[in-house]
Design a protein around this ligand. Structure first.
Ligand SMILES: *Cc1c(COP(=O)(O)O)cnc(C)c1O
Length: 384
């Protein structure tokens, strides 16, 4: 995989640069009328930067190579990508199915934004294929998936849900940010559109904001058409940073996977910990399904501390290697207490309803050496 990550975009231009060039121009000159027609056509990126730019196109190509998709688009953020896709495939009178648990921005799209424009949505228990089946209506146009998902690391059976969707002509859209294409390739199970918050593992260094969609050329043209109007196109500099990050994605994921698995096992045996949620653990109720569709289990885990809210606060404060930060997927570890993170937007009751216990910690392992990470966590736990 790394070899393909390094070489798949080599011959995209005539340039002899060994590293990708950074195209900052917002505007491009045409040679003549025919040329203008050519560069301003669908998926064109050498015309005006809201329509795309060559550096972002190059990043989209590498991501498509990873996911096994035909083509792709880069957006200003993960939310820019997924909200544009959700709008491109729905109109007033349509119906969308999503999961009870999603990244919070996707939940907002399902609960507030789309219904405000006359698109109905139903959120189902993602662990039940029957729940998806029951939710399908004649006007269902889109199913949004995300696996694994916060906060309990639930898994969606991609193949079963996509078979179902395909038999009814419904488009499927999967947020693959947490797993990454190194651990899980949703298109192999029939997903039509794969989305990434490039901000996370693909960028990998906590220093850029971007999103991507990978899909067929036909779907891409439809999304591109709307994105022209929405104006959420990715910018060249962030794409250039992401191209630099993506070269080491497989190497980094190997260490993220190893760190999270080791840490999950360590925490499971620790007396201060009530429960650990990580799809790589045999105790995870959907471990077998996870092992069927994932080749590694990712860098993210959650665990519930016996001491509740207060224990969570002092645990995070006592960590030395780990930043108290809400984003994830970078080379350094971060941890956050979801009860605090979501407390601003949700009532204490809603927080509990989402399955978020007061002492729950979401830990995003970086690529530190495993032993150092465990020593840091152990010390922080033992002081509680
Ligand atoms: C961060 C994130 C998003 C949103 O991406 P942005 O780049 O922050 O807009 C969507 N889904 C998941 C799973 C994420 O972690």
């Amino acid at each position: 995989m790394t070899t393909r990550l390094l070489h798949s975009d080599k011959n995209v231009s005539d340039e002899l640069d060994v590293a990708p060039p950074l195209h900052l121009s917002a505007n491009y000159a045409a040679r003549d009328a025919d040329h203008l027609r050519e560069i301003s056509g669908p998926l064109g990126n050498n015309y005006y930067a809201r329509r795309g730019n060559p550096t972002s196109e190059r990043l989209a190509k590498v991501i498509a190579e990873l996911e096994g998709g035909e083509t792709g688009l880069v957006f200003a953020s993960g939310m820019g990508a997924i909200s544009t896709a959700m709008m491109a495939f729905t109109k007033a009178g349509d119906h969308v199915i999503g999961q009870q648990n999603h990244y919070i921005g996707i939940t907002e799209m399902l609960d507030k934004v789309l219904p405000g424009y006359g698109v109905e949505s139903t959120k189902v228990d993602q662990t039940s294929v029957e729940a998806f089946e029951r939710a399908i209506r004649p006007n269902t146009k889109l199913i949004v998936l995300e696996t694994p998902v916060n906060p309990m690391m639930h898994i969606t059976d991609l193949k079963a849900v996509c078979d179902l969707a395909r038999s009814k002509g419904i488009v499927t859209l999967c947020d693959n940010t947490f797993a990454t294409s190194i651990n899980q390739r949703p298109m192999e199970f029939g997903v039509d559109i794969v989305m990434h918050s490039v901000t996370k593992y693909i960028g990998g260094h906590h220093d850029l904001l971007a999103g991507s969609l990978t899909t067929s050329r036909q779907h891409a043209e439809r999304i591109w058409d709307l994105s022209m109007t929405i104006g959420a196109a990715g910018n060249a500099f962030n794409s250039w940073l992401a191209l630099r990050g993506i070269r080491t994605l497989e190497l980094r994921m190997r260490q993220h996977n190893a760190n999270a698995l080791e840490l999950a096992r360590f925490l499971e045996a620790h007396p201060a910990v009530h429960k650990v949620f990580y799809p790589g653990l045999h105790s995870h109720p959907q471990h077998e399904l996870a092992a069927k569709q994932m080749s590694g289990f990712g860098g993210l885990l959650t665990f519930d501390l016996k001491g509740g809210y207060e224990a969570g606060q002092s645990f995070i404060k006592r960590l030395e290697l780990v930043d108290y930060a809400s984003s994830l997927g970078g080379v350094t570890s971060t941890a956050v207490q979801p009860a605090v993170l979501f407390g601003g937007r949700l009532s204490p009751d809603q927080v509990l309803k989402q399955g978020i216990a007061p002492g729950l910690i979401r830990f995003a392992t970086g690529i530190e050496n495993t032993d150092d990470l465990i020593v840091d966590v152990d010390r922080a736990l033992n002081g509680l």
